[in-house]
Design a protein. Structure first.
Length: 151
């Protein structure tokens, strides 16, 4: 049986145990999302009714923390997108270790090429400090592909 977090604190504890990126790439502005921040964001999505039974996307997913957290809090499925193949492998391993891989897809892809419609996007996009307007690209795609966006 898949684990399911019952409280925000329980979710945070599970997320703290995920494998992280070994060598974040500055050129991709990879910045890990802390477990406490991820749990707070996911809990807020849940409280607003934007998570349970929904299809969720995490654009720029890194190690998959937001997609995995969404699944642990009741999302029906999650899609994680990242340009970095190493990050996608780590995200897949994290989901697999928790028995969530059947409901998760992690794809090596440029966010601009993401074409699926989803219910909710939960993301921690690049700030655009190294690649100008990287942040707005993520927001533009999220707003076109989801009914609700948390960023």
């Amino acid at each position: 049986m898949e684990p399911r977090a019952r409280t925000k604190r329980e979710l945070e504890i599970i997320l703290q145990q995920l494998e992280e990126l070994r060598d974040p790439k500055p050129s991709l502005e990879q910045c890990p999302t802390p477990a406490n921040l991820a749990a707070a964001l996911i809990h807020m999505c849940y409280m607003m009714g934007d998570l349970e039974g929904k299809c969720v996307a995490d654009l720029g997913c890194g190690n998959g923390i937001l997609a995995i957290g969404a699944l642990l809090y009741g999302a029906s499925s999650a899609i994680g997108i990242d340009l970095d193949p190493e990050a996608i492998e780590i995200a897949r391993r994290n989901a697999d270790r928790l028995g969530l891989l059947e409901r998760a897809r992690f794809l090596v892809m440029d966010v601009k090429d993401f074409s699926e419609e989803v219910d909710t996007v939960i993301q921690n996009p690049p700030f655009g400090s190294r690649r100008r307007h990287a942040d707005t690209t993520f927001l533009d795609v999220a707003l076109k592909k989801a009914k609700v966006v948390y960023s």
